[in-house]
Design a protein around this ligand. Structure first.
Ligand code: PLP
Length: 422
């Protein structure tokens, strides 16, 4: 591959063009297992890199603070209509710049600084923006946090209820970044009702599974659905907030003018395309294939003696505790990277190690499924992970190089969407 895929960029800035070309090669040749990543389609890439970039459009369709919105209004209205249809919600705001600002907008809409908010603890699989201390959401607000049971690795709904009734949080988040199991939105809804909390389902990771019918939808249960658009949903980097009509004004005011200025119209266009793609029958097949691959990979890893948090997965994500393999998560993740397998190190619930040097790695199947890998490929993926982790424990660099070559062969046979062919 070469930077020739971007001729204007190559002519203007060959140094930067070479970095992008190298990234195209890296994404083509590696087995990408980070569960929050994916490959967008060529159509999404095209829509996201257009002259819509050139337009300011503070406000909402039909109510803008700048003129010349004839086309921008249609782009945003189309994205909104598609989001409402796909997720079965009354209202959608497609302007949040990313998942973290989307969540901050929820605080702006429903809480005041100092109010109590509740979410899952970061080391248990929650997200920073659910009131964790190092995030502004945990220092400007009073975050109280729930977790999973030590014996099962599953959310302890009784403990969630006890905490909610004791603390009466203004806002309650469910969802997270390292949760391998189905979220019971109805259970959270009944707790939030009792506690008088605004319930937010943060489905950033699983939005594509919900759109494709491979995870239950929160739409009928929660006050607000927050999601990124770039994970399993396979859109550009961005986010959406969706809600019932009663909360529409509060959400819109919080995003603009509460938190943001002009929306990123080129991203809105990419989101609209991704939502269109996600409404096709092929995407339902994709979402179910992501889960089938994750289940097959979990089984193959268990067969190789790995410990998985909660014993497996219901969705796209697997959290591996490497303690019994005698290697720390970061050392394993870096060795896997050298073997052409891209993962991230991650805390496991009740991790005795530090967050920057934890016991686990987090993997997932959205990207490999986008390349057409199927359950029959998962035993070899598990074998590569096993060989690389063992090589990491022994410092066996040649073994990592062998895995890297094998990975490269399989990847070459399964081109990724959106990437230029070599
Ligand atoms: C990824 C993620 C976010 C944050 O999204 P960014 O776009 O990285 O800001 C928020 N919540 C959850 C649960 C996530 O997984």
């Amino acid at each position: 591959m070469s930077a020739n895929h971007h001729p204007a960029l190559l002519a203007t800035d060959p140094e930067l063009a070479s970095f992008i070309a190298a990234e195209e090669t890296l994404q083509a040749q590696t087995l990408r297992l980070i569960p929050s990543e994916n490959y967008v389609s060529a159509a999404v890439l095209e829509a996201s890199g257009t002259v819509l970039q050139n337009k300011y459009s503070e406000g909402y369709p039909g109510r803008r603070y700048y003129e010349g919105q004839q086309n921008i209004d249609r782009v945003e209205a189309l994205a909104v209509e598609r989001a409402k249809g796909l997720f079965g919600v009354d209202h959608a705001n497609v302007q949040p710049y990313s998942g973290s600002p989307a969540n901050l907008a929820v605080y702006v809409a429903f809480a005041k600084p100092g109010d109590t908010v509740m979410g899952m603890a970061l080391p248990m699989g929650g997200h920073l923006t659910h009131g964790w201390g190092v995030s502004a959401t945990g220092s400007w607000f009073r975050g109280v946090q729930y977790g999973v049971r030590a014996d099962t690795g599953l959310i302890d709904y009784d403990a969630v209820r006890d905490l909610a009734l004791a603390e009466r949080p203004k806002i309650m988040f469910c969802g997270g970044t390292a949760l391998p199991r189905t979220i019971d939105f109805a259970a959270f809804a009944s707790i939030a009702r009792e506690a008088g909390s605004v319930l937010v389902a943060d489905v950033a990771h699983i939005a594509g599974l919900i759109a494709g019918g491979a995870h239950p939808s929160p739409a009928a249960h929660v006050d607000v659905v927050s999601t990124t658009t770039h994970k399993t949903l396979r859109g550009p980097r961005g986010a959406m907030l969706m809600c019932r009509e009663e909360h529409a004004k509060a959400i819109d005011k919080a995003v603009f003018p509460g938190l943001q200025g002009g929306p990123h119209n080129q991203t809105t266009a990419g989101i609209a395309v991704a939502l269109h793609e996600a409404a096709q029958p092929a995407f339902t097949t994709y979402a179910h294939a992501v889960v089938a691959n994750a289940k097959a990979l979990a089984e193959a890893l268990l067969a190789r003696g790995f410990d998985l948090v909660s014993g497996g997965t219901d969705n796209h994500l697997i959290l591996m505790d490497l303690t019994s393999r005698g290697v720390a998560g970061k050392i394993a993740a870096k060795a896997l990277d050298r073997a052409g397998i891209v993962v991230n190190y991650n805390t496991v619930p009740f991790d005795p190690r530090k967050p920057f040097d934890p016991s686990g790695i987090r993997i997932g199947t959205p990207s490999l499924t986008s390349r057409g890998l199927a359950p029959e490929h998962m035993p070899v993926v598990a074998e590569w992970i096993s060989r690389a982790v063992d090589a990491a424990a022994k410092g066996d660099e040649p073994a990592l190089a062998v895995v890297r070559a094998e990975v490269g062969d399989l990847m070459a046979a399964h081109p990724a969407p959106g990437l230029p062919l070599a």
